[in-house]
Design a protein around this ligand. Structure first.
Ligand SMILES: Cc1cc2nc3c(=O)[nH]c(=O)nc-3n(C[C@H](O)[C@H](O)[C@H](O)COP(=O)(O)O)c2cc1C
Length: 376
């Protein structure tokens, strides 16, 4: 779809009454904090190492000032946009996040259903605590996130299952050759409780993740991940699936260009929410260079630190086609299950609509032409 063109048949979100819920997406943090045990709060919210990158993600977004346009005659902006050539209610998807039953008993199906009702994609993690078939049945547009496993047969099996379940895109995560050192989990000796399992993997593959040891994080065990993923693997994957393919965890523009040359449909500029390399740059800092390098080669999405509609606007103005939202959606799930997640997404849409109105934009495509300034 050409830049600036609106989808013919935008996804229509279900109307949600946000009365009684926190006043902003970011404000779901507090009720979530009281809803989950402290070690689960740390698992969700922590980053790796000294959490420099975790903090930098927010600082960098906060430093992006967007120049509003005035006298544009826009009355009520539309939030609809296209991602992967498909109409969406807004340029947002729910990021893949492992083990959602940790924060609420309804887990992944509840969040997938909320995303479906809001008219945005839900990305189901390989490390889901609900099988992909159940998640796909609960949602509308469910994308499958693939972690590359040591056993290629298991990778092929997961791909087949995701496709048979009706997943409409595949997102391969490439920034976890090893797990980042998440010191909060190490200090807490964090392990999965018995009721939370790695439901997509054959029985027994996640046993280690349940074995709590003081001073050691058990999650995830890492025993099943293949560390040495290469470009040939991405080419294999491109040839193996007819689904739109996204590569998540790209920061260097050279990698983004190479992925586009292989024929991926989108790259996600992500540092895994500051959970992998501590010392990696904030995503808002590298996004413009990636967008410039990739050109029309593929779509560019951003995640890591998005906490509200103004952040979506900032990402669009920096050239992204859209964003993934991570932790805030777990906060909303923890705070109120499916209803909480629906309210959070309705608030995000309202925040984005206001941000568009305040910058004189009729829709997200126009926001991509806004100018930005980086200041303190
Ligand atoms: C609790 C948690 C679990 C995550 N699990 C996965 C995962 O299974 N696969 C993946 O690709 N990314 C995973 N991520 C990273 C997110 O997809 C996303 O990149 C990150 O959360 C975005 O940053 P934000 O939380 O600041 O929005 C996880 C993040 C969190 C917080």
């Amino acid at each position: 779809m050409a830049d600036g063109e609106l989808p013919d048949n935008p996804a229509r979100p279900v109307a949600v009454d946000v009365a009684g819920w926190p006043p902003s997406l970011a404000d779901f943090a507090e009720p979530a904090r009281s809803a989950v045990p402290p070690e689960v709060w740390d698992f969700i919210n922590g980053g790796s190492g000294t959490e420099t990158t975790l903090t930098a993600n927010r600082t960098a977004l906060d430093r992006v000032a967007v120049l509003p346009r005035v006298l544009t005659g826009v009355d009520r902006p539309r939030t609809e946009a296209s991602l992967l050539d498909r109409p969406q209610a807004m340029p947002v998807a729910v990021a893949p996040m492992a083990y959602q039953r940790l924060v609420h008993p309804d887990g992944e199906p509840a969040l997938a259903a909320a995303a479906g009702a809001a008219g945005v994609p839900y990305v189901a993690s390989t490390l889901s605590s609900t099988p992909i078939e159940e998640v796909a049945a609960a949602g509308d547009q469910v994308w499958f996130q693939l972690y590359w496993l040591r056993d290629r047969g298991m990778v092929a099996d997961l791909l087949d299952r995701a496709q048979a379940a009706g997943c409409s895109a595949l997102m391969v995560t490439v920034d976890v050759p090893v797990l980042g050192r998440r010191l909060r989990d190490v200090r807490n000796g964090f392990a999965l409780p018995p009721h939370v399992t790695t439901a997509n993997l054959p029985g027994g593959r996640d046993d280690l993740a349940h074995q709590g040891t003081p001073g050691v994080s058990a999650v995830p065990s890492g025993a099943v991940f293949a560390p040495a993923l290469g470009w040939a693997d991405l080419e294999w994957l491109r040839g193996r699936t007819p689904l739109p393919l996204l590569v998540k965890g790209v920061l260097d523009p050279r990698d983004a260009v190479r992925a586009a040359e292989i024929g991926v449909d989108a790259v996600v500029v992500s540092n895994h929410g500051g959970r992998q390399l501590d010392g990696a740059p904030a995503t808002a800092t590298v996004l413009p260079e990636v967008v410039a390098a990739v050109g029309n080669g593929c779509e560019v999405l951003l995640d890591s630190g998005v906490r509200g509609g103004v952040d979506v606007l900032r990402a669009l103005a920096l050239g992204a086609a859209g964003v993934l939202v991570g932790r805030p959606m777990l906060w909303a799930l923890a705070a109120g299950g499916r209803a909480g997640a629906e309210a959070a997404l309705a608030l995000l849409a309202a925040e984005l609509r206001d941000a568009l109105a305040l910058t004189g934009c009729a829709d997200p495509a126009e926001a991509r032409h806004l100018r930005t300034m980086t200041g303190s």
